[in-house]
Ligand binder design. Sequence first.
Ligand SMILES: Cc1cc2nc3c(=O)[nH]c(=O)nc-3n(C[C@H](O)[C@H](O)[C@H](O)COP(=O)(O)O)c2cc1C
Length: 348
Amino acid sequence: MHDNSSLISKRKKEHLEFCLSDKVSFREKTNGFENYEFRHFAITEVDISKIDFGTEFFGKKINYPFLISCMTGGTSEAENINGQLALAAKQLNIPIGVGSQRQALENEEFHNSYKIIRKNAPGIPVVGNLGASQIVNLKSFDKIKYIAELIEADAMTVHVNPLQELMQEHSEPLFKGFLKAIEKLVKYCEIPIIVKEVGAGISKKAAYKLLNAGVQGIDVAGAGGTSWSGVEILRNHGDVNNKFWDWGLPSSYCIRMVSKLKNKFDFTLIGSGGVYDGFDIAKAIALGADITASARIILQELNKSGIEGVVNLIKDWFDTVRKIMFLTGSVSITELNYDKIIRKEKLY
Ligand SMILES: Cc1cc2nc3c(=O)[nH]c(=O)nc-3n(C[C@H](O)[C@H](O)[C@H](O)COP(=O)(O)O)c2cc1C
């Protein structure tokens, strides 16, 4: 095996191990959703039994506005995890992302760890994944086509993770030329390009530049959930009091700010980063997200209770969203909007 490839595989394994624990949560910073209250509507006439969460994700019909976020691939463990997550996604008819496909660019050893998703869930939207540093360094975009075809991807996600790269040993915090590369990638790729963070959030200014470059989806992946700075600090046996552990823009802030760009651009806004229950999902949607997503909590649930556990968790979350919609007088997901929440400072 190529040295670089085995290094990536080892790193991926360690990421999985740390993410199965709660040690890598943000310390003090939260996702920000607790700053909002729902606007209770005492004379609701919503028929709770008729609420339908069905929506579209890049041209495919899905049953819930929820994506199982990009997590793994490129290790021996990943095939089993991705296979099970894909079966859960299939049961729910929701989209799923694969973890970084960088390893698949290096060699074919773990190709099955990605392919299993499409094999287990032929009809659902599947999203590919590569890092910003790979995009900047690519000589030709043919390789992107190759990894997209590997999973018959409906869209391709590029993750931007300057904080994580900065905190990583053997790091590559070199992103010069990224925006130009994204602009070219959008032109070259036949499938939509989504850009996501990994837990430090995408600001309105960053989103504006990405959308101007032609990107069709923004996944804010804000602060408040998994701290990737924390993961790297623990991997390097670094100082757990390092203040960069809690660096980043809270998810609620990112969603609220980036959604303002809906006036100017047509794009899918994915609200993620510490989305841990039905209340978080409902608030993310009310703040402007088209669809929500979670990563680590799903991995933990899979580890604890298997495929059925993941399916039941997501169904439970949406039962809660249903109740919130009833109590706020929201017949549909589009009616669950900014009018249905109040910033707490304005409550009293
Ligand atoms: C085990 C694990 C591996 C991850 N690997 C990737 C990856 O390869 N590519 C990526 O874009 N994001 C990756 N992420 C980041 C998530 O997609 C997500 O943006 C981030 O963890 C914040 O969401 P959370 O708070 O729900 O965990 C990973 C997350 C986990 C838990």
